[in-house]
Write a protein that binds this ligand. Structure first.
Ligand SMILES: Cc1ncc(C[n+]2csc(CCOP(=O)(O)OP(=O)(O)O)c2C)c(N)n1
Ligand SMILES: [Mg+2]
Length: 1025
């Protein structure tokens, strides 16, 4: 391990260091053979010595006071508190003691104390020495991990900062505390903040140091003293300090060896059979397998029934084989390049696929489900997805404390330190709507990232420092000591089970080969790899240890190896029979009952998404009320609710009410709805107000949506942390767990989605193609050119449209009534821009009522939220109504289509600008305006109907976005294909630009007017080709 610097401040043992400071006569002494080391002389005139009352014989009493004070300053009398405080703060001689306030009964006790302390001459040394030993113990607890032997290669020292001076690596270091060798046999009372004594309450200094070394400086380095909770610190101390904690039964050792055999021999088998295939082997960190198995066993024993795992490439196949217990032949046949793909979709490489396995845990005899999530190459991107899926599983089984479902995340050292998503995910760990009640993180710390050394890859001492932000304990362990690994994994699992908080196991190991099996590591890490070549394998080392101990015979060991080789060979033979590669076998999140047995949708119908007027009224009334007694809402909100009530009585909806109708009805029908994102509870634009706050009682809230009906599904609406990558990933994971939930993530403004680009590009857009796994997540992306400047304007529709998989050049076969549903079924995601609340309502409901799941991208409005014309009548939401992929012209122009000179196609808010302009110009009869509400999959059939309807019109695409942005590049070729290239498709919109919008309001309005002029100037394109 290489460390650039250590940020932890040096702990000063207060009285001793004080005495060092106040001592000018330092003389060189030779201690423990360290000749010439400067040692402070024992200083008997330390501040405490000058206190007149400290000259008695009552050492026990003073000690008692002192230790009580250390534990809890309030447990001793104020006068002692002041005294110890002053002494610790370095009060000058004689000044530490202050007279106590005259306090009745206590005064008596003090008088007694004074009488006692007045009698002992060397009490000041005693106090000083105990303070020194206390500091020494604390130093080991804080910094023992600095000197622990964590690196199997033993090369970490090359980059280490000097060993901390307060850890006793040689006797001369005792001087730091004002102690010397003669103190080694002196017996010291142990403070309550250590457990090294076991049943002893006092130990000789020599033994104290030995036990501290055993606890903190062997193959385990415990980093935990930054945790602010005393109980948690005490818990960890006793787990590592108690003498004899690292004891394993014969059975445990033999199981551990068998697991090491599997882990090691699996990689060897792959290497033998496919020596030129990349597999990102685990060699150098084989103890990862027993580590994970230990965590799973221990968690299973404490009631965990489902473990959801995410991990990168390193050792993934091994984890699939030996932890998840994926059939070996399924893994081996992935290496056969001649296998045909059986499923739709493009598939993925073998070290990205996920899987799901339900089995009996043999150690605990309990059933357990293990799933490994599929993931892209993008390191750590899967972290929040795992969290979201874990949360969802907890939610569906009512596991409010994480006792039954848990997340287990694996990391590489370089990625853990380097990728910001790790930090973003940690910050979700304790948020009420996002916590999974503790994740166990395991870092495969092979001290390298591809070809890059840690000293070039991070600025923190450890790759795990990021975990400190959430007070997660970090257990560093030398991965060449499988028993130490097993021990920390047991403790990690117990920690999670006890405190339900995150914990990190840092497996310090090495990478025996290059980054993959084809890479030559000597190009870049010659010395490290010279050392690695000399390194005996961990299995061999451990087997020799157990054979020497008599825990296992050589013959038994060899039989274990032969047994596993046979298992592999047999599976290999079976894998040869596989002719077809079923990606379906690699599903990580099956949705039982949702599809037919062969994975098809149960129907190809999309039922009406309308509601009865009674339902609309009922939900509308809930949306306009405060369904809780004695609940005072803000006056402004009362007005908003009153406005909603008026709308309901007038049978119209604005945007917020349309959304309410969609969510409320789905909840009533038993579908869970979860809306997450920054400030979604109120809504960025203050239109939603799904959470009402009592103006008189702190934190008292009311969520009317949860008062729709008695047996409704629960509604979750949650303001998120300020992270897009983390939160969108989380919601995607949540949506994976079940198809029976409407899961929505809303961006504050649409353009902020790009900090979550990786989730969009790697999971949402291609997820089904790569992993045959559908997902119905909804992205709400506020979008619109409203003069707000280059940011906050564009949700970048062009990017989403560019990733749609429908062919611009092929006019689809329209046969069959289910064309629209089939089109949805075939697409990778759905992109819509609704121009009215009814259509928004329908598309949200369609998302659940359709017989399959696809991601849905919705560009949502800002100013339209309050636009008087952007309202819908209840009539547009009644039974029989449905989402309109296109809203055709219904005005004067449509009545006499032959007279129409131009059809303007558009989408979203610009429709209202176009209709206003048309009215101003009196062109209702000559210009038809058609709204394309579903951009993708492109409604070829309906666009054709529109273009056929207006044979004498020219065709214009109008958008408020710049020409190189927005929708133009997507719709133009598709409209052209629709009309068989018979007519041009003209453009009216902003000119191409680098930024999405101008920062100048004046320029914004000018641009708007200019493109509206173009849209309504029937001569604008005359003479153009
Ligand atoms: C986000 C991202 N950036 C870059 C890469 C390319 N890459 C693949 S593995 C790797 C090194 C990873 O090092 P580490 O996390 O220590 O894992 P190891 O391979 O050492 O197990 C890199 C840079 C990637 N996969 N993902
Ligand atoms: Mg690494």
């Amino acid at each position: 391990m290489h460390r650039l610097r250590t940020t932890v401040a040096r702990l000063r043992p207060i009285p001793a260091s004080r005495s060092v400071q106040s001592l000018s006569h330092i003389r060189p002494v030779a201690v423990g053979g360290a000749l010439g080391t400067f040692q402070p002389m024992r200083h008997l005139n330390a501040p405490v010595a000058a206190e007149p009352f400290l000259n008695g014989t009552s050492s026990n009493y003073v000690e008692e006071m002192y230790f009580s004070w250390l534990e809890n300053p309030r447990s001793v009398h104020k006068s002692w508190d002041i005294f110890f405080r002053n002494a610790n703060a370095g009060a000058p001689p004689g000044a530490a003691y202050q007279s106590p306030p005259p306090l009745g009964g206590l005064a008596q006790g003090l008088a007694h104390a004074k009488a006692l302390v007045g009698a002992q001459p060397n009490v000041e040394k005693l106090v000083e020495d105990h303070l020194a030993v206390q500091s020494l113990i604390r130093a080991y607890q804080i910094r023992g991990h600095h000197v622990a032997q964590l690196d199997p290669l033993g090369i970490m020292a090359s980059d280490l900062e000097p060993t901390p001076s307060d850890i006793i690596t040689s006797n001369d270091k005792l001087g730091f505390y004002g102690l010397d060798e003669s103190d080694l046999d002196q017996v010291f009372r142990l403070p309550t903040t250590t457990f090294i004594g076991g049943s002893e309450s006092a130990l000789p200094l020599r033994e104290i140091i030995r036990r501290l070394e055993m606890a903190y400086c062997q193959h385990i380095g415990v980093e935990f003293m930054f945790i602010n909770d005393l109980d948690q610190c005490q818990w960890i101390r006793q787990k590592f300090e108690r003498p004899g904690v690292m004891h394993f039964t014969l059975e445990e050792k033999r199981t551990l060896l068998a697991r090491m055999v599997r882990s090691t021999r699996f990689e060897e088998f792959l290497q033998r059979k496919w020596s030129s295939e990349k597999r990102f082997g685990l060699e150098g960190c084989e103890s990862l397998i027993p580590a994970l198995k230990t965590i799973i066993d221990k968690s299973s024993a404490s009631g965990v029934e489902s473990v959801i795992m995410g991990m990168p490439h390193r050792g993934r196949l091994n984890v699939l084989a030996n932890v998840i217990r994926k059939e070996l032949e399924q893994i081996f046949c992935q290496f056969d390049s001649k296998l045909e793909a059986a499923d739709e979709g493009s598939g993925d490489v073998k070290y990205h696929l996920g899987t799901f396995h339900h089995r009996l845990n043999r150690v605990t005899d309990r059933n357990i489900t293990l799933s490994l999530m599929a993931n892209p190459s993008h390191l750590e991107a899967v972290d929040p997805v795992v969290q979201g899926k874990t949360k969802a599983e907890q939610f569906y089984c009512g596991d409010t404390e994480g006792k039954r479902v848990m997340a287990l995340l694996l990391h590489g050292d370089a990625a853990f330190a380097g990728q910001g998503i790790v930090y973003e995910t940690f910050h979700l760990s304790d948020l009420p709507s996002y916590t999974t009640h503790g994740t166990i993180h395991v870092v495969v710390n092979n001290q390298i990232g591809f070809t890059t050394d840690p000293r070039m890859a991070r600025s923190s001492p450890y790759p795990t420092d990021v975990a400190r932000v959430v007070n997660a304990p970090i257990f560093h362990v030398n991965a060449d000591d499988p028993e130490a690994v097993m021990y920390v994994c047991n403790v990690a699992a117990e920690w999670r089970n006890t405190f339900h908080k995150d914990v990190v196991v840092d497996l310090v190991c090495y990478r025996r080969n290059g980054h993959n099996e084809m890479d030559e590591p000597m190009f870049t890490q010659p010395l490290m790899y010279k050392q690695i070549k000399k390194q005996k394998g961990v299995l061999q080392k451990y087997a020799e240890k157990l054979i020497a101990e008599g825990a296992v015979t050589r013959q038994e060991y060899e039989e274990e190896i032969a047994k596993y080789n046979k298992i592999c060979e047999e599976a290999y033979a079976r894998s040869k029979d596989e002719k077809i590669l079923h990606i379906k076998h690699w599903l990580d999140s099956p949705w039982p009952g949702f599809f037919t047995s062969d994975g098809q949708p149960k129907s190809m119908n999309s039922p009406s998404t309308g509601l009865t007027k009674e339902e609309l009224n009922h939900i509308g009334n809930i949306a306009s009320s405060v369904p809780m007694e004695d609940f005072t809402i803000h006056g402004g909100l009362s007005r908003i609710l009153k406005g909603r009530a008026t709308m309901v009585s007038q049978r119209v909806c604005d945007w917020a009410l349309g959304e309410y109708m969609a969510f409320g009805s789905l909840l009533k029908e038993g579908t869970h709805v979860r809306l997450s994102g920054q400030d979604v509870e109120r809504g960025t634009f203050s239109h939603r107000h799904h959470v009402l706050h009592d103006q008189n009682v702190d934190k008292r809230i009311c969520i009317p949506m949860n008062h729709i009906s008695d047996n409704q599904a629960p509604y979750t609406v949650c303001n998120s942390s300020l992270s897009e990558y983390g939160v969108l990933g989380f919601e995607l994971g949540f949506a994976m767990a079940s198809p029976n939930a409407l899961v929505l993530w809303e961006a504050q403004f649409g353009d902020f989605h790009n900090t979550a680009q990786c989730i969009i590009d790697q999971f949402i857009s291609p997820g089904q193609a790569k992993w045959v796994r559908q997902n119905g997540i909804v992205l709400l992306l506020p979008h619109g050119m409203e003069g707000m400047g280059p940011e906050h304007s564009s949700a970048r529709p062009e990017r989403f449209l560019q990733m749609c998989n429908d062919d611009p050049d092929v006019f689809p076969k329209l046969s069959g009534e289910d064309f629209a549903v089939r089109q949805l079924y075939d697409c990778n995601w759905i992109v819509v821009n609704c121009s009215n609340p009814a259509n928004y309502f329908h598309v949200l409901r369609r998302q659940i009522l359709q017989p399959f799941r696809k991601p849905l991208i919705i560009f949502t409005p800002k100013s339209l939220l309050r636009h008087p014309e952007a309202k819908s009548s209840f009539d547009e939401m009644l039974p029989g109504t449905h989402f309109q992929r296109i809203i055709p012209e219904t005005g004067v122009a449509s009545a006499s289509p032959e007279g129409v000179k131009r059809v303007v196609f558009c989408t979203g808010k610009v429709y209202y600008e176009l209709t206003r302009e048309r009215k101003n110009r009196g062109m209702e009869a000559t210009v038809a305006i058609t709204r394309v509400e579903q951009l993708s999959p492109f409604p070829f059939d309906l666009v054709k109907a529109e273009t056929d309807r207006y044979p004498n019109a020219d065709l214009v695409w109008c958008q408020e976005e710049h020409k190189n942005q927005g929708y133009y590049d997507y719709v133009k070729p598709r409209i052209r294909t629709t009309i068989n290239h018979a007519r041009p498709v003209w453009y009216a919109g902003r000119d191409p630009a680098a930024a999405p919008a101008t920062g100048n309001k004046q320029a914004h309005l000018l641009e708007l007017q200019r493109f509206l002029d173009t849209a309504f100037n029937l001569e604008a394109f005359a003479g153009q080709q």
